[in-house]
Design a protein around this ligand. Structure first.
Ligand code: ADP
Ligand code: TRP
Length: 321
């Protein structure tokens, strides 16, 4: 079973990114063959500053590696290190009806928000299709917003296979409805755009400040409290095993629990949980050439798999003469 996912490089990471996506991705390595890449071509649809993209790409790679991506066990690379994916995008464009792209919600939503539509934004799902088909992926874990793009990939793969035979594996989207949305400081979904995040690699002072800002109800210390109605608990439980979770719930119900105290404990828990990863991240970022070497080895593995597919495609479509 080959699992593939692409992740756009985006600035700092928060607990929602970690528990909603990264920890799952890292866990896939235990059971499956994982292909995972930094989608820097896709990021170009919303980012034009070259320095920011280059820096963001290295940081995203360091984040993943520090949090447990194992480059020996998995194939982990930067999308643009295999520019062959653009050749496949072009070939697949000829099997992509305009209507299929015109129906894509993510494109329509962006246009509705007033983002000027360009060809990159419109053709984004074809590049994503090439990512998926190039590596013969069986399963593609994505958030709900990306499900339609995996369906586009299926449609294009079926159309292509109908013409040329069984060249591509037909991919399945995998949507995990189980993963609850991680709430932010104010109880809404934790998101960069809401400014309500707890960041993974903030320094202690900034982290403590974020945790102390978690919104709580005005309930007296001595009164019993409902843990499930408390934003601090909803975040804290992500870090707790069964026994510690039960103990914390009991303290809420018994009364006598001060929110300031439990926030301090949460701060220490988050800090201690990520401290070893933060140290590893700092090491990786301090040696960008070492990091590039890890990514180059990942690209070699990805290129090998890509060329297997591309050779067949070029032959079938008449590019080999
Ligand atoms: P943001 O909303 O902060 O911009 P992104 O859209 O960059 O986050 O999210 C990247 C990935 O992290 C998403 O695919 C999603 O799976 C996961 N994610 C982000 N926020 C949360 C959250 N609050 N709860 C669960 N998963 C999340
Ligand atoms: N479009 C995806 C996102 O924004 C990233 C992505 C690019 C991707 N190519 C992919 C995801 C291939 C899965 C498979 O989240």
């Amino acid at each position: 079973m080959r699992i593939l996912s692409g992740i756009q490089p985006s600035g700092s990471l928060h607990l929602g990114n970690y528990f909603g996506m990264m920890s799952k991705m890292i866990a896939y390595q235990e059971q499956s063959e994982l292909f995972c890449f930094i989608a820097n071509y896709h990021a170009q649809t919303s980012l034009s500053d070259g320095k920011t993209l280059a820096r963001g790409t290295l940081e995203a790679a360091a984040n993943f590696l520090a949090l447990g991506m194992d480059p020996d066990r998995s194939t982990f690379w930067v999308q643009s290190d295999i520019p062959e994916v653009q050749e496949l995008t072009w070939i697949l464009s000829n099997f992509t009806p305009m209507g299929l792209l015109e129906r894509c919600h993510s494109y329509k939503d962006k246009v509705a928000k007033g983002i000027a539509a360009n060809h990159g934004l419109f053709a984004y799902p074809v590049l994503m299709t090439a990512d998926i088909l190039m590596y013969q992926s069986d399963k593609v874990p994505v958030g709900k917003d990306q499900k339609q793009h995996v369906e586009v990939a299926r449609d294009i793969a079926i159309k292509f296979n109908n013409e040329y035979g069984e060249i591509f594996t037909i991919p399945e989207p995998e949507i995990d409805d189980e993963v609850a949305t991680v709430p932010g400081l104010d109880g809404q979904k934790m998101s960069k755009s809401y400014g309500n995040t707890i960041d993974l690699f903030a320094d202690d002072k900034a982290l403590r400040k974020q945790v102390m800002r978690i919104v709580t109800a005005p309930i007296a210390v001595e009164d019993p409290k409902d843990p499930d109605a408390c934003n601090v608990y909803k975040i804290f439980r992500l870090f707790l095993d069964k026994a510690r979770d039960a103990a914390l719930r009991q303290r809420y119900k018994d009364g006598g629990l001060a929110f300031g105290e439990v926030k301090q404990e949460l701060f220490e828990t988050v800090r201690d949980f990520f401290a070893p990863h933060a140290a590893r991240r700092a090491e990786l970022l301090a040696d960008p050439d070492g990091l590039r070497a890890i990514l180059a080895r990942g690209a070699d593995k990805a290129r090998y798999a890509a060329n297997k597919t591309l050779r067949k495609v070029r032959k079938k479509t008449g590019l080999v003469y």
